[in-house]
Design a protein. Structure first.
Length: 157
């Protein structure tokens, strides 16, 4: 049995303790915004927040997050807006992604948004070197210049 909160809702799942958190989120809870990319924690498509920290869910077991507070891309706007957001509420990062037209294909972007959200929470005005070091998610389309523009707009806001 694995017990943790996902997007503010207590979850108790009868699953193996070594199941990757990614599969618990996608297959057991039906939240498909968190994507499978590489399966070895390198690309970041599977990034979620665990107790506010960006974590690669494909290599994190459910036993490692027992009792934790997990936020997925589906819950990011709720976390940003409080307990009763309007349907159109977005987090600042999600809005910046739209404003700067960051996604191309979009597959990696939920993980990228999650990584950037956690990064900016701990470093609200990063330098370009800090962005390069802190955001290690892979985007095969190469939208990195737009990602940086979106991050810079949030840092200067």
């Amino acid at each position: 049995m694995a017990t943790f909160k996902v997007n503010g809702v207590e979850q108790s799942l009868d699953i193996e303790p070594d199941m990757p958190l990614l599969w618990a989120i996608r297959d057991e809870l039906g939240m498909t915004g968190t994507k499978f990319g590489c399966g070895i924690g390198n690309c970041g498509a599977c990034t979620v927040h665990v107790n506010g920290n960006a974590v690669r869910s494909c290599t994190t077991t459910v036993s490692a997050v027992e009792g934790a507070e997990i936020t997925t891309i589906e819950g990011l706007a709720v976390a940003a807006a409080g307990s009763n957001p309007a349907p159109a509420d977005l987090s600042a990062v999600q809005q910046a992604w739209i404003d700067h037209q960051v996604p191309q294909c979009g597959y990696c972007q939920s993980g990228m948004v999650m990584a950037v959200s956690a990064f900016l929470a701990s470093n609200p005005n990063p330098s370009d070197a800090e962005i390069d070091a802190g955001i290690t998610n892979v985007c095969r389309c190469g939208s990195y210049p737009r990602v940086r523009r979106a991050i810079r707009s949030l840092a200067t806001a």
